[in-house]
Each structure stands twice: as C-alpha cells, then as structure tokens.
Ligand binder design. Structure first.
Ligand code: NAP
Length: 311
C-alpha cells in the first residue's frame, strides 16, 4: 500500500489511550494516516491540531475517518456531528454513555451510509478468537470472571471515571464482558448484581455480578479496583470436555492449564486493520451487548457504601 492509498484520519482526545495505543498503531500500520488531532491540551506533532471540534469539522472536510478517544460522556455529540459530516467513525470503548445513545448512533450511521465501528479492544487479544472456536462444540457448565486491578496504577488522575456516567470499575470490567459475549453465543442476562460505592464517589469501585448464558450456564463476575500487587484479568470456562482459561485480559489461552496461545500484543493493530476493512467495504460493526450488561447490572444492583477513595 502506498502512502497515497492511506485513509485520512482525525483523532479526538489525545489522552492516555491515544498516546499508548492509537497513535503508534496507526503509525506502524499501512491503512491510515493521522492528518488532524482535536484536543484541548494534547497535540500530535505530525498532524494539524485543533482545540475546537467544530473548527476541525469546518476546516478539514477532506478527512475521511475519525477515531474518538475521549471519555464516553462526551462521545455522543462528537460522533453525531462526525456522522452528519460524512465521516466514518471509530468509537473507543465503551461506545457511548447510554444504550440509547449507542443505538441512536448506529441508526444515524446506517442512514448516512457511513461506517461505525464500536471497538472492544479486548476482543482482539490473542486468545479470544481461538477461545471462541474451542468452545463452539463444547457444553459449558459455568464461567467465572475475575477482573481485579489497581485503579491508581491504570487510571491516575482520571476524575471523569468516578463521575456520573464515568463507569467506575466497569471501565475495565466491560472489557471482560466484551470477551465473554464474543466467546459464547446469544444474549447473556444479568440475574443479580452488587455494587460497592466509595463514600465520596459517584461510581462503583467494585462489582459482583451473577449472570446466565443463553444456553443456561451460570456466570459470575468479580470486578475490583482495589487490588495492589499482581493484577488479575482471568476468565475460566468449565465445559464437558475440559477447562479453558483466558489470562492477562485474553492475551493468553490455557486449555486444562496448558498454555495454548500467547504472543505479542496486537489488539490495536488488529482494530485498525478491521476499521480499514469496514471503511473500504462501507459496513459497520457495532455490538452493544457489553454496554447492555453494564446497564442491566446498574438496573438490578444492590448498593453498598464502602471506605472513601482518596487518590
Ligand atoms: P484520558 O487519559 O483522560 O484521555 C481522554 C482525553 O479526552 C483527554 O486527554 C482529553 O483531552 C479529552 N477529553 C475531551 N473531553 C473530555 C472531558 N469532558 N473530560 C475528560 N477528557 C476529555 O482517558 P483515556 O484513558 O485515554 O480513556 C479514554 C477512553 O479510552 C475511555 O473510554 C477508556 O475507557 C478508553 N480506554 C482507555 C484505556 C486505558 O488504558 N487508559 C484502555 C482502553 C480503552 P483534552 O483535555 O486535550 O481535550
């Protein structure tokens, strides 16, 4: 692919995930070139930089696609304007602040004939597709998800994550739910949930979920942001023909505790390959089931107050 075949891309929200993953993945890939950045504080040296989103839309109608890497609560307005301007849109996870917003975006994109890609980066981890394949001819007896990490390490100074609409511990927890819903078919349902809110925060620091798969298997999920030391991002699936374990957020796959799949992190490289495919074929990929599970957890949850969280 020559440089001129690359799809012109804008990126909004030059924060942690943009710097850690999006910018290097685009630069190391063949499909896109970042031509504009929209951020009030961050900049991308190789691109034209805008502080105002509307100013970007007016100045650069030549750009074909946009990656929205801002927090979820401001993503809807940006996505709506991008779709109206005819841009193909990549949404960081979670795709929107509410199911209503997510569904509205899917409808708007469909009507406008632009591609909408609601990304779930964990679905692109090395072990996830092999896990789905391995499970496809097995009967699942039960699934246990354990997603425990240190919020101070992974979300330093991110005030938005604790505010209304910020998702709290579901910000990482939704990654586990995105893997779960990729490796088993049908609609998973939440049966019971328990959420722990620090006395001084609007969003939960921990959550326990009881769910059931479409085929009737019990599923539990434990999300906790208070884990110091080693971090745990595991999904264990017990079946009639052995036990599957996805470890390190899906990066490693074990069958009966034998390491079967591992390799370098390619999640965001695969995301941009997929986005290019969607843009070139004028199609969308927008599955909101992980967001719906989070919403259902909030709808069904018992609320517990726990010790205040001081960063
Ligand atoms: P972040 O470091 O806070 O960056 C988000 C950027 O969005 C900010 O730097 C800010 O840039 C811009 N922004 C625009 N409106 C904002 C508002 N009202 N409040 C705060 N920032 C606003 O967050 P992040 O960790 O990159 O996360 C962004 C999204 O990526 C989230 O949905 C998150 O779930 C997802 N994600 C994060 C990670 C991770 O490891 N951090 C991993 C995967 C996915 P300006 O101030 O310059 O405008």
């Amino acid at each position: 692919m020559t440089a001129t075949d690359r799809i012109g891309l804008a990126l909004a929200g030059v924060g942690k995930i943009a710097r850690d993953q999006h910018i290097p993945s685009v630069e190391n890939g063949d499909d896109f070139v970042i031509q504009a950045a929209i951020s009030r504080h961050g900049k991308i040296d190789s691109a034209e930089n805008f502080e105002s989103y509307d100013a970007f839309l007016t100045a650069r109608p030549d750009i074909r696609a946009i990656s929205l890497c801002t927090p979820p609560e401001v993503r809807f307005d940006m996505a709506k304007k991008a779709i109206a301007a005819g841009l193909d849109v990549l949404l960081e996870k979670p795709p929107a602040a509410t199911i209503g917003e997510a569904q509205a975006l899917a409808e708007l994109a469909d009507k406008a004939g632009v591609s909408l890609f609601a990304t779930w980066h964990s679905r692109f981890a090395n072990g996830v597709e092999p896990a789905r394949e391995w499970l496809s001819d097995k009967t699942i007896a039960g699934i246990e998800i354990t997603w425990k990490e240190d919020v101070r390490r992974w979300h330093p100074g991110q005030a938005w994550i604790w505010e209304a609409g910020g998702f709290g511990v579901f910000d990482p927890g939704i990654n586990a739910l995105s893997i779960l819903t990729a490796i088993i078919p049908g609609q998973t349902l939440v049966e019971k949930a328990s959420l722990s809110f620090p006395a001084n925060r609007q969003q939960p620091i921990a959550a326990s979920l009881q769910m059931r798969s479409a085929a009737g298997a019990p599923i539990t999920a434990e999300f906790d942001w208070r884990q110091e030391g080693p971090q745990t991002w595991d999904i264990v699936v017990k079946t009639d023909q052995g036990t599957l374990r996805l470890a390190k957020g899906g990066a490693e796959l074990y069958i009966d505790e034998t390491l079967t799949v591992e390799g370098p992190d390619r999640e965001y490289a695969r995301i941009y390959t997929r986005f290019a495919e969607l843009v070139r074929t004028r199609t969308s990929d927008a599955d909101f089931q992980p967001l719906r599970l989070v919403a259902d957890a909030f709808l069904t949850a018992e609320r517990h107050e726990v010790e205040a969280f001081i960063e």
